[in-house]
Design a protein around this ligand. Structure first.
Ligand code: A2P
Length: 339
């Protein structure tokens, strides 16, 4: 069993290697690919130095390919990888809206992964973090409408996003004016209500991804969802304020109890003790923190809550590896599938 990472030198690639080190996924060999810029560079996995190779034009001789080199690379190359017999777990948005391609968060709709045709899509990071809290509430109470405001870390834009936050903050602290390349405005000491391209309806693509992908993962096309996505000057972890209108009324205590036994969720909700979800506590953690659970003042029987989830982990690398683990646990990864 061979696993390949395409985009191994990026922010998510780095996390993929860390998560794979601790994963229960059984495999014999790890192959690392990136752009020609990084060809020949060495990365350490389980104490061994591995050489990064140029991503080839055609098939890759691996059983599972974890792709995290952007939508362009996936769109162009994934069909050849599938033709070569690999299962592709794709972190980009290239295939997420294709009805043939399952969009999977294992705790919510893991079995959808078993019906793949070669490609399984990993959701947008903001969506993956939100659905861990929202899906159990939907199952129990039926979510009619969901309103989300996000506080998204710079690593959502990859390693270069974190680099820009650090270098530009350094500039400001040394009395210089901050510039910007990755983000549309300087990010230090600022918040930017603009992530991804603006659409004809005035929402950004990031905001629409939350709506489209939440419906697909939860399997309810009727759910009404509105999102405002905002970039903030943190390194990692996306936080989200979520308001839910429900079919059947819920109490905060019941929701707290429900989420405390939901997979992938850690309830951190003790305002007296100043305990609530934050990037500071959620970063590096596999579970998504949920707290500030309270009765909505707008929707009778509805719920307001706050989530913070390390989007490089649950929103990307961890979720991708969990999909591979799920396939292996269900006997859906077979070496002989390979051409
Ligand atoms: P490289 O480091 O060689 O540029 P991030 O999301 O942190 O920006 O990382 C993007 C990842 O995708 C990096 O590993 C990057 O490799 C890789 N990448 C970018 N363009 C290509 C490409 N055309 N083919 C293969 N990998 C690519």
């Amino acid at each position: 069993m061979r696993v390949a990472i395409v985009g191994a030198t990026g922010a998510v690639g780095h996390e993929l290697m860390q998560v794979l080190e601790k994963s229960s996924l059984k495999f014999d060999e790890l192959l690392l690919f990136a752009s020609p810029r990084s060809a020949g560079s060495k990365l350490t996995f389980k104490g061994q130095e591995l050489t990064v190779q140029v991503t080839p034009e055609g098939a890759i001789d691996a059983d599972v390919i974890l792709a995290s080199a952007g939508g362009g690379v996936s769109k162009e190359k994934a069909p050849a990888w599938v033709a070569g017999g690999a299962v592709v777990i794709d972190n980009s948005s290239a295939f997420r809206y294709d009805p043939e391609v399952p969009l999977v968060v294992p705790e919510v709709n893991g079995e959808a992964a078993l019906h793949h045709q070669g490609i399984i899509a990993n959701p947008n990071c903001t969506t993956a973090v939100a659905v861990l809290a929202v899906a159990p509430i939907h199952r129990e109470y039926g979510v009619k409408r969901m309103i989300v405001s996000t506080y998204q870390a710079t690593s959502g834009a990859g390693q270069k996003g974190m680099d820009e936050l650090l270098t530009q903050t350094h500039m400001v602290l040394h009395g210089k004016q901050a510039g910007h390349e990755v983000f549309s405005h300087p990010i230090p000491f600022n918040v930017i209500p603009h992530i991804d391209a603006f659409q004809d309806n005035g929402y950004t693509k990031e905001e629409m991804k939350v709506a489209w992908e939440t419906r697909k993962i939860i399997g309810d096309e009727e759910m009404k969802i509105s999102c405002t996505a905002v970039r903030i000057p943190t390194l990692r972890t996306h936080s989200e304020a979520i308001t839910l209108e429900l079919e059947r009324p819920a109490t905060p205590d019941a929701v707290r109890e429900l989420l405390s036994r939901s997979a992938g969720v850690e309830v951190r909700d003790d305002p007296e003790a100043r305990m609530y979800p934050m990037p500071l506590t959620a970063s590096g953690k596999y579970d998504v923190e949920v707290g500030r659970i309270r009765a909505s003042l707008v929707f009778d029987g509805g719920i307001d809550l706050f989530v913070a989830g390390d989007q490089l982990l649950k929103g990307a690398a961890l979720n991708a590896v969990q999909i591979a683990e799920y396939l292996q646990e269900h006997g859906a990864l077979k070496e002989e599938q390979r051409a």
